[in-house]
Design a protein around this ligand. Structure first.
Ligand code: NAD
Length: 539
């Protein structure tokens, strides 16, 4: 491979900057309309008439869109359209397919940037920076780098040996059939990447977006169509995940699942696919990135101010709704004594409110269900003797689903908020005796079923190395003296193992490989003319 793309530069949105002005104008425009969102099947808009309202999480009385939900007929039609579209999509060749997605990246970097960022801020309640690093930069990177990596396969996977009289080669075929992409609410970039990564290498997709991100995801669908995505290559299907899965598995050409979301949903889907095997033409590929219980372990010799900043940003940016968000911390008593007051005082300065108010660091959580689940964890912690809520703890769902950034200190390292994924602005801290670093590494490794991200804060290299070894299988993305969030495409390929997923590292070659099914080709130049072998000769 020669040369490679660069990461998309992050715009700053400082007061008075042109991008800030443009974003505000675009948000006002989107606030002033209620759009109709159709299913898109074989390039056609289908308005089913069965609708649901898409609201703004920080202003849940405000409707952004009416979304037309797919019924069984649309689901079957989408799968059939994906199957029909595949032959021409393969014929277009890798360069032709990459040209489409590179145009997508360029449109998103240009004219579409503010539309998609504004939609993400309103639809999923992100601040300007959180929308920019997700909806714009990460997705632009996914598209550019996936095309770059896909081009590499054609050279890298050719057979090493072609003896005299033989030409060996490998055809990089896609899977035969369509991929079902089921996407989460929390990253617009992931929603765009899951149907398009398999498409780059020649699969077609049925895309089921999350019910909490229809608006921003529909923008992406329109963008891809403007970039020249042929009809049927990606089919956009708002609707019930369970029903769409049932329709997809009833089609023998179901070739794979590209999923990001919770562990429970993924485990259920894997089992359903297993049950459907007798009906399927191929063994489907199953790729899923799922939940996390991401940790920060501090050593007594750590950079204390650095730890404070990492805990605050890592736990509370995007209201803790990143799969990588820091949600449990193991802090030595000496360090906790030195930083806890400052940490609480900094957290009490965090502004929380409307995403359009640029002074806010946090906005609302995604919906009533998330609000109830997260506040339930806080209430139970408030009632338990082993837990103390030392900052935050209040919530208000009257206009938006707002939950204060909250820290629980626990004396029980197995308490539920220390071990279960909460997916909200709640950090639980276990304070350990300074001499117990070694034991704490073991506790951290065994406390939860997940293994997505985690950080070690330590200054002495021997302590860093000790954690690096003890936590080898505790995180798929491991950070040294940094927060456990903010992975960048082509820098820290992202994904976790254990209950956190299949660890196929989105945005990189390992993921793309899951969507190909190579054909080995031997061409014989000296065609044998005699069927007998030398060993058969007389003595
Ligand atoms: P979710 O599991 O509720 O939903 C994910 C998707 O699955 C949605 O589109 C949803 O409609 C669909 N779905 C739900 N039930 C289904 C069913 N029975 N059959 C088929 N589809 C179904 O997750 P979410 O709330 O959208 O996202 C949050 C979760 O995603 C968290 O657990 C988070 O850790 C995880 N996540 C992981 C990563 C990662 O890279 N590891 C990234 C982002 C989010």
């Amino acid at each position: 491979m020669t040369g490679h793309p660069s990461n998309e530069p992050i715009l700053g949105y400082a007061p008075g900057s042109p991008e800030r002005n443009e974003l505000q104008v675009e948000m006002d425009r989107q606030m002033g309309e209620v759009i109709e969102i159709p299913c898109i099947i074989n390039g056609e808009e289908i308005y089913t008439g069965t609708t649901t309202a898409q609201v703004i999480p920080h202003d849940h009385g405000h409707v952004l869109a009416n979304v037309h939900l797919a019924g069984r007929g649309e689901m079957e039609a989408a799968c059939a359209a994906a199957v029909t579209a595949q032959a021409a999509w393969i014929d277009l060749g890798l360069d032709g397919r990459c040209a489409v997605f590179e145009r997508c990246a360029n449109l998103l970097a240009g004219d579409w940037r503010m539309r998609v960022n504004a939609a993400t801020m309103l639809n999923q309640s992100k601040t300007a920076l959180q929308a920019e690093i997700d909806a714009a930069c990460e997705l632009i990177d996914f598209w550019h780098f996936n095309c770059h990596y896909a081009r590499g396969f054609h050279d890298d996977f050719q057979p090493l040996i072609s003896p005299s009289g033989v030409q060996n080669s490998t055809e990089i075929r896609p899977l035969e059939g369509f991929v079902l992409a089921i996407t989460p609410f929390n990253f617009t970039s992931i929603a765009g990447n899951l149907p398009s990564a398999p498409a780059i290498v020649g699969c077609t997709s049925v895309w089921k977006p999350s019910r909490n991100s229809y608006h921003s995801n529909y923008m992406l669908m329109r963008l891809m169509m403007e970039a020249g995505l042929p009809a049927g290559v990606i089919n956009f299907l708002p609707g019930s995940g369970a029903e769409i899965t049932e329709a997809a598995l009833a089609n023998p050409d179901f070739a794979g699942l590209h999923f990001t979301g919770s562990t429970a949903t993924f485990q259920g889907l894997w089992q359903e696919i297993g049950m459907a095997l007798p009906n399927l033409r191929s063994y489907p590929r199953i790729v899923g990135e799922t939940g996390g219980k991401d940790f920060v372990v501090a050593h007594p010799d750590c950079d204390r101010q650095g730890l404070l900043v990492a805990l605050l940003r890592g736990s509370f940016e995007y209201q803790g709704q990143k799969c990588s968000a820091a949600s449990r911390a193991y802090v030595p008593r000496s360090v906790w004594g030195a930083i806890s007051d400052d940490l609480c005082s900094e957290i009490s300065k965090i502004g929380m409110g409307d995403a359009r108010d640029f002074s806010n660091f946090m906005t609302a959580v995604i919906d009533q269900r998330a609000f109830d689940k997260i506040t339930g964890y806080i209430e139970r912690a408030q009632e338990r003797d082993c837990c103390e809520v030392i900052v935050g703890g209040s919530s208000d769902d009257s206009t938006g689903w707002f939950i204060e950034p909250t820290i629980i200190v626990t004396t029980n390292f197995t308490s539920e908020s220390m071990t279960e994924e909460i997916f909200g602005p709640v950090l639980t801290v276990y304070v350990y005796e300074d001499d117990d670093f070694e034991e704490v590494l073991g506790l951290c490794d065994e406390a939860s079923p997940y293994a997505l991200t985690g950080s070690i804060f330590a200054t002495d290299e021997a302590n860093v190395q000790r954690a690096f070894e003890a936590l080898r299988f505790t995180a798929g993305n491991f950070y040294i003296n940094d927060k456990p969030t903010g992975a960048v495409v082509a820098q820290q390929p992202f994904g976790g193992a254990r209950a956190s997923g299949t660890n196929d590292k989105a945005g990189g070659p390992l993921n793309l490989l899951r969507w190909i099914s190579p054909r080995s080709v031997k061409r014989t130049l000296d065609i044998p003319q005699d069927w007998s072998y030398p060993f058969m000769g007389d003595n």
